[in-house]
Design a protein around this ligand. Structure first.
Ligand code: SAH
Ligand code: SF4
Length: 358
């Protein structure tokens, strides 16, 4: 019986309204229910105290508010928390919560596995299994807020969202767009675009679409300063080379002067961390005239990867050259290393476990 019920957290706001009208409710109720689900985080209809008892019973008979399962909940020694989220078809993705003094960032996934196979990325070794539905993207936030006990609007633990988990968000553009709309909704989760960052390997048409439609912050996985090297480590560069990528970023800047663009630069020992690369990077930024912040990311190694992490001396030297060239580039602290929760290490553990079990 249970599975015949319509899960209201799988619906857009309009679909929710249509659904309520079908069971005899007034359309304006949709707003209240939406608020209960996305602003207060209730998981049962009994808690919806401004709805009549009769209606709550009808809702309980016809609808559910079930979340996906959490198959693992792992706390790192530095406070980072990683969840393995299991959907109804048993496919799993990871979401990572990174608490900091002034904010709490949830890193969410957009696909099971990834469409691409960048050489330095662990997720890339997992063949794409499927795109996430928009509600599966949103569910990662609902689950995180449940587990963090974070439904008090005046004292938020989860303040920022980054699409830096598993998958290439722009290969699942439609679902990501619908999810962002739900995150933005002031009557619900109320996370503004200033608090949302979409990270992409550099899909030019979707960057341009995003500039007009979603208008979130953007993180570009740059990682190399010339086409030859970038194509070698990120095959997508063949399709959208640096010149086109930078031109798209420029358009993004122009259309969204208040949104941030960050270039992510993963430091791979002896591959992209030399003085000449730092100089190339300065030139690239100056020539393209893009308003961008650089993030230097110490590479997170994983078993079987051909790359190593640049020495800290080399990273600091690289950073200094950029600084001398007028380019500021903070070094990102790696978090959650001990629970394989750091960027680029996300790959469903259970997939590995499933293999072992076979
Ligand atoms: N597919 C999107 C978003 C997910 S990857 C993208 O590529 O941008 C999130 C970030 O982690 C990207 O900047 C990616 O390049 C980086 N990353 C991947 N593997 C990494 C690793 N092993 N160490 C450090 N960062 C890594
Ligand atoms: Fe996919 Fe991003 Fe990893 Fe490349 S870096 S394989 S696009 S998740």
């Amino acid at each position: 019986m249970e599975n015949k019920k319509i899960n209201l957290t799988h619906l857009s706001k309009q679909q929710l309204q249509d659904c309520l009208v079908e069971v005899g409710e007034k359309p304006f109720r949709a707003k209240q229910i939406w608020n209960w689900i996305y602003s207060r985080g209730v998981k049962s209809f009994e808690e919806m105290t401004n709805i009549s008892k009769e209606m709550r019973e009808i809702f309980t008979q016809n609808f559910s508010l079930n979340r996906p399962e959490i198959s693992q909940d792992i706390l790192s020694s530095d406070g980072t928390r990683k969840w393995l989220v299991r959907f109804s078809d048993c496919k799993e993705v990871e979401a990572v919560f990174i608490p900091e003094e002034t904010r709490g960032t949830l890193c969410i996934s957009s696909q099971v596995g990834c469409t691409l196979a960048c050489k330095f990325c662990h997720t890339g070794t997992q063949m794409l299994v499927r795109n996430l539905e928009f509600h599966e993207i949103v569910a990662q936030i609902l689950i995180a807020k449940d587990l963090l006990n974070d439904w008090d609007k005046n004292n938020r633990k989860l303040t920022n969202i980054v699409f830096m988990g598993m998958g290439e968000p722009f290969f699942n553009y439609e679902n990501v767009a619908k999810a962002v709309k739900i995150l933005n909704d002031a009557e619900g989760l109320d996370l503004s675009n200033r608090k949302i960052t979409i990270s992409t390997s550099g899909l030019v048409p979707e960057i341009l679409r995003c500039a007009d439609e979603l208008k979130t912050n953007l993180a570009i996985s740059l990682h190399a300063t010339n086409d030859k090297l970038r194509t070698d480590i990120m095959a997508i560069n063949k399709k959208y080379p640096l010149k086109e990528l930078l031109a798209a970023c420029k358009v993004y800047n122009q259309k969204n002067p208040n949104q941030k663009i960050t270039f992510e630069y993963v430091m791979l020992k002896d591959v992209n961390d030399q003085e000449l690369h730092a100089r190339e990077l300065i030139n690239l930024i100056n020539r393209s005239n893009v308003n961008v912040k650089i993030n230097l990311i110490p590479f997170n190694p994983w078993d079987g990867c051909e790359y190593g992490r640049s020495d800290i001396e080399q990273i600091l030297k690289f950073q200094q050259i950029l600084k001398n060239g007028g380019v500021i580039s903070p070094i990102r602290k790696t978090r959650g290393d001990d629970v394989l929760a750091a960027c680029g290490q996300l790959k469903s553990l259970s997939q590995r476990e499933q293999k072992l079990r076979k």
